[in-house]
Design a protein around this ligand. Structure first.
Ligand code: C2E
Ligand code: CA
Ligand code: CA
Ligand code: CA
Length: 279
């Protein structure tokens, strides 16, 4: 092909090739990164709205590569979900997070829970319950100190199997949070059968630029539904005072977002715990 088309495809090919090279580089580096502790755990505080109390943290993985610097999880997590490496990485995150909980306990801080992300790939791992139980037991923690965030879309892929596995985890005592709730997959009808304790609202509910009255109505409806089902609700992605005010009106239980704090290293999170104690 000559002319415009040829040029267009050449540019397209270049972009595609760069993208594939970049993905391959990430895959080539991942095992070393895990061994050399380039993966770091950042903690983002969750607050209880009722009394402004620190109520826990979400553990979010960071990759600080010696040459590339900090890499976005939004890029490498989907890749690791495809090639299966996420299972290993998540186990590292769970272990590290439990080690923090243990450290705080030994320092006599009030027992906070921590939430970890559980990838859909992890749920298909037949050993997941054993692995999670071994991890909490290793650090002498009750399973209820670990909240498992499982994205809503995972439930709809293979509802039968997911519900069975997650019910088992919940019966063992882990607290189950449905992440990205309302992102468009779960039907209200199915929600009823899902083994969950906490709804974690998708950010889009509070981040929609123009706050329409109808939107506020949807929020109210979700809170009402949650109360009726005995679930608590976490809103994430809270960036402004206005967003917080809207949540206050609807009776949301917990908040997380840049308005309060960004994800931070454990050292800084520990400072928050100490400040809270002296309040
Ligand atoms: P997620 O689980 O929905 O996590 C929330 C994301 O929103 C995090 O992005 C967090 O840093 C960001 N965030 C927090 N507050 C605000 C805010 O006020 N405004 C905005 N715009 N964003 C906020 P992050 O850390 O880049 O993670 C992206 C996604 O990568 C996560 O979405 C999660 O799906 C995945 N992920 C991160 N860490 C892990 C992990 O250890 N394991 C697994 N399986 N997935 C992870
Ligand atoms: Ca999450
Ligand atoms: Ca989320
Ligand atoms: Ca510490």
């Amino acid at each position: 092909i000559k002319g415009q088309y040829g040029k267009y495809f050449a540019a397209y090919d270049d972009k595609l090739r760069d993208e594939l090279l970049r993905q391959q580089a990430i895959i080539d580096e991942m095992e070393t990164a895990l061994k050399e502790e380039q993966f770091l755990i950042y903690l983002q505080p969750k607050y209880r709205i009722r009394d402004d109390k620190l109520a826990g943290a979400e553990a979010l993985v960071r990759w600080n590569h010696p040459k590339w610097g900090f890499q976005s999880p939004a890029e490498f997590i989907p890749l690791f979900e495809k090639n299966g490496f996420i299972t290993k990485l998540d186990q590292f995150v769970w272990d590290k997070t439990c080690s923090y909980l243990r450290e705080w306990e030994e320092k006599g801080y009030p027992p906070l829970p921590a939430s970890v992300n559980v990838s859909r790939a992890d749920i298909y791992n037949a050993d997941i319950a054993d692995i999670l139980m071994n991890t909490v037991e290793k650090y002498g923690l009750p399973p209820s100190r670990l909240h498992l965030e499982i994205t809503e879309s995972a439930y709809t892929e293979n509802p039968g199997q997911i519900i069975e596995t997650v019910s088992h985890l919940r019966n063992l005592g882990f607290i189950i949070e449905m992440d990205d709730f309302g992102s468009g997959y779960s039907s209200l009808n199915m929600l009823n059968q899902m083994p969950i304790d906490i709804l974690k609202l998708d950010m889009k509910f509070i981040q929609s630029e123009t706050v329409k009255p109808a939107n506020q109505g949807v929020l109210r409806f979700i809170m009402e539904l949650a109360r009726w089902m005995h679930l608590s609700v976490v809103a994430e992605g809270v960036e402004t005072r206005e967003q917080l005010d809207r949540l206050l009106e609807t009776g949301c239980d917990y908040v997380q977002g840049y308005y309060f704090a960004r994800p931070m290293p454990e050292r800084d999170f520990e400072k928050l715990i100490r400040e809270q104690q002296s309040d």
